[in-house]
Design a protein around this ligand. Sequence first.
Ligand code: TXE
Length: 487
Amino acid sequence: MQRFQQYIDGVFDDGSARFDSIDPATGHVWVSMPEAREDDVDRAVKAAEQALWTGAWPAMTASVRGKLLLKLADLVQANAARLAELETLDTGKIIRETSAQIAYVADYYRYYAGLADKIEGSTLPIDKADMEVWTRREPVGVVAAIVPWNSQLFLSAVKIGPALAAGCTLVIKASEDGPAPMLEFARLVHEAGFPKGVVNIITGFGPSCGSALTRHPGIAHIAFTGGPATAAHVVRNSAENLASTSLELGGKSPFIVFADADLESAANAQVAGIFAATGQSCVAGSRLLVEASIKDKFIAVLKAKAEAIRIGTPLDMATEVGPLCTARQRAHIENVVAASVNAGARIVTGGKARAGEGFYYLPTIIDCDGVKAPSFEAELFGPVLSVVSFTNEEEAVALANDTPYGLASGVFTQNLTRAHRMIRRIRAGIVWVNTYRAVSPIAPFGGFGSSGHGREGGLAAALDFTRTKTVWLRTSDDPFPDPFVMR
Ligand code: TXE
């Protein structure tokens, strides 16, 4: 059986313990993984601290850091097929998506490579005649980056790219579910030539590895993607080391279709929003809010599309929906769907696991009109769409905002003024109008409320990995004035 290794201080090793990784398409063990325990975490953080303050990294100019990031980008691109295959094998995410996404991950590194030498301080027009005052943007320190199973290379790139551009060092904890692509990526980091200790990549379980990492005194910033309950643990741990946090916690995003929308286009976007990535996407448009007058028609179109989806082995380019990543995840979905049906919600299509091996769940649409259905409220992280209708704009806004989450939203209408009103009133970090699930390194990404705080992507994300140092330089040769008066 293939054995993966962790990467600490520029060296690959087997880790303190080992665990087996399961192929979600078969439910069988396929590779052995290194499990980082407290000792490994401590070694990794100390290596990152050492690399932050001594050796080649802090002496490097920002432009050279940028060049290293460019080299990493080229390596990711050159190895995209291998990384995509590993991500597909270890998480069940379809190869059609992993290959396209990983090729694009290279562009995220390129974007942050370009930013490395554009992180500037400023000169202040200070209100004192004998002073020059300016600010420097310095790296925030050692960053703990924690990612979940879905899209690990992508979700880590939006943390690693800006952190390295800013001059930080990192310990990245890959998810215990499907860490293979991250551990393989460590080989590319090594090949790119980053000084040892700058990037450390481990994996392990949340309560042991994740917890030890987030409360470690050497950590200055925690960049976390995962569920809100885990985020609460992470933030509590950060009370011990006073690390700053950025949290990307998924959502229950509304997908709003008005009667005047281009229904064929909206239906395709809704398929992308809920069935792509088998629904295991933080921005999944899992709540369809549809104007009552077109509800039946729109659901009929969606039902036909859902039933035509090719479900199959994730390594087949023709497959459109693959297995869920874990048996645990599928059981969670089964429970919430069952509770929704008990509450009176009606299954339009799907609503059950696929028979046979692997953690498959059928593309599902649930009509929740007039029912308080758990599937309409809880994040399922699977191919399950819950539908409720509305009769006017006011009601659509109220339904859209009736959630503690606030990550993404979609508005489908041909009415320009209505689109603008909706953009203003929806409480979410992203509003897509007549499109869905579009991302770019250039655009900030992140949520409101229970969807977290902080933004990934865009210029500002790199600044989040810096801290400001203010420098005061006195230009007068006169003696220091009255020491008992603050100047
Ligand atoms: O995520 P966890 P899980 C949602 C989704 C899903 C639910 C639970 O609804 O059903 O969360 O998924 C690490 N200290 N999202 O349990 O636990 C863990 O090892 C530090 C939304 O898989 O949040 C992994 O690396 N770290 C979402 C990472 O946190 C800890 C993506 C995420 O795992 C830890 C994933 C601890 N105490 C799930 N416990 C999104 N935003 O897209 C766990 N971890």
